[in-house]
Design a protein around this ligand. Structure first.
Ligand code: T3D
Length: 263
């Protein structure tokens, strides 16, 4: 598949999506956001793709909305900020969080504004020592969007999230690890190899169960214990009938490594 602002590369069961405007630190344009929506829809539809790796080319991961490009937003005949976000950002964030396959972010450089939201919409975050994180919105008189107010307090707690959002200060990769924003920090040279290894591990995992697991974590965040218990039981019934579970049980009894097909 060929796109203008992203790279879409498949290898075995892993899909690598690379934000590809390196001269702009991979700042987001409407074209790029539409291409990302398309790429995640394609990942959802392709049963052969069992894990996604999201990274940026060049020295940045993503500094959020391209601010040069944003000058046009709200001009006569162009959608305003609210419409731009509803049309371009919100469906992308939902496509990522609802994708029934794991998404690993390889954060190679600065992740700011909605670029940080993209990183937070992933399931695992592996950061380069050169990565940094900025809730940049307040610095230009905007509020956090693209799910930042939903993701950030859940990842690092209310107090630290408020600090990042209110001050707009830059968090280093090591601070992000200490605060629980990223899972791992590695040297820049090792970032892609390490993140790819993790994505490959997930690409041979029981994808059927992982899809439900993602959904259930998301559901539990805004439902009662009773409701969550009910969904867990229903999901377990589905997983119990899956080919992956049968294989997992057989492999356990036969004392061998399971070979999951993701179904
Ligand atoms: O617009 C709407 O519809 C509302 C939706 C908004 C969603 C959002 O994401 S709002 C938040 C937008 N993002 C920002 O406000 C971040 C702005 N950038 C920064 O704060 C800093 O540049 C960074 C913290 C990202 C990186 O700092 P640093 O010191 O490492 O690099 P730098 O020198 O500031 O930037 C390097 C270049 O990238 C520079 O260009 P130049 O001078 O080399 O030609 C800078 O202008 C450019 N750049 C950085 N961020 C953006 C950008 N160009 C366009 N858009 C950007 N977001």
């Amino acid at each position: 598949m060929s796109y203008e602002s992203i790279l879409y590369e498949q290898s075995d069961h892993v899909l690598r999506i690379t934000l590809n405007r390196p001269d702009k630190l991979n700042a987001l344009t409407e074209t790029m956001l539409q291409e990302l929506q398309h790429a995640f829809a394609a990942a959802a539809a392709d049963r052969g793709m069992r894990a996604v790796l999201l990274t940026g080319s060049g020295k940045g991961f993503c500094p959020g909305q391209d601010l040069a490009n944003a000058q046009e937003i709200g001009q006569p005949g162009k959608p305003g900020y609210g419409e731009h976000i509803r049309r371009n950002y919100n469906p992308l964030i939902l496509a990522m969080t609802k994708l029934p396959k794991p998404i690993v972010a390889a954060i190679n450089g600065v992740a700011a504004g909605s670029g940080m939201s993209l990183a937070m919409a992933c399931d695992l975050r592996i950061a380069s020592e050169k990565a940094s994180f900025v809730q940049a919105f307040v610095n230009i008189g905007l509020v956090p969007d693209s799910g930042s107010t939903w993701f950030l307090p859940r990842l690092i707690g209310q107090q630290r999230a408020a600090e990042m959002m209110l001050t707009g200060r830059k968090l280093s990769a090591s601070e992000a690890l200490e605060w629980g924003l990223v899972n791992q920090v590695v040297s820049p040279e090792l970032l892609l190899d390490e993140a790819t290894k993790i994505a490959e591990r997930y690409a041979s995992a029981p994808t059927f169960a992982i899809g439900r697991l993602k959904r259930n974590i998301d559901y539990a965040a805004s439902h009662s214990l009773e409701e969550t218990l009910a969904l867990e039981a229903a999901s377990q019934a589905e997983c119990g009938a899956s080919a992956d579970h049968q294989e997992g049980m057989r492999a356990f009894m036969e004392k061998r490594t399971p070979v999951y097909q993701g179904e």
